[in-house]
Design a binder for this molecule. Sequence first.
Ligand code: DQA
Length: 147
Amino acid sequence: SNILVLNGPNLNLLGTRQPDVYGRETLSMIEADCIKYGGTRGALISCLQSNHEGALIDAIHAAKSGQQGIVLNAGAYTHTSIALMDAIASVELPCVEVHLSNIHAREEFRHVSYISKVAIGQICGFGSRGYIMGIDALLAHLDMCDD
Ligand code: DQA
């Protein structure tokens, strides 16, 4: 399977951004781990990050041709973006929502996720490991669907 690992705003700053909340791993390290893990599972992982809502929407549309699913950390757009939610719903690709931090244990405004309304499920609070768990969950879902 081909899987898109898509990251939203400010996640390019991982490693130095509030490391007590988000860990010390950089996005490049996380992406390299995802690609490596995908390899062990026979999945081809493509990684993309953007700080721009429209670029994320374009990437979701583009995923429709060639990708079987999306692992998405939409950053703060999680809590605000009906447009991102609609994009996921429109392409009808299975999506696993990932957050490094446990958004439910944080400020009230982080408890709401528009992405959750269209995702298969959400993984949060496990740091960078959440991306690997997300890929695993997506592959399990895809397996379940094709037999
Ligand atoms: C985040 C949680 C969001 O609330 C925050 O805006 C982020 C990162 C996470 O991975 O924990 O940018 O998605």
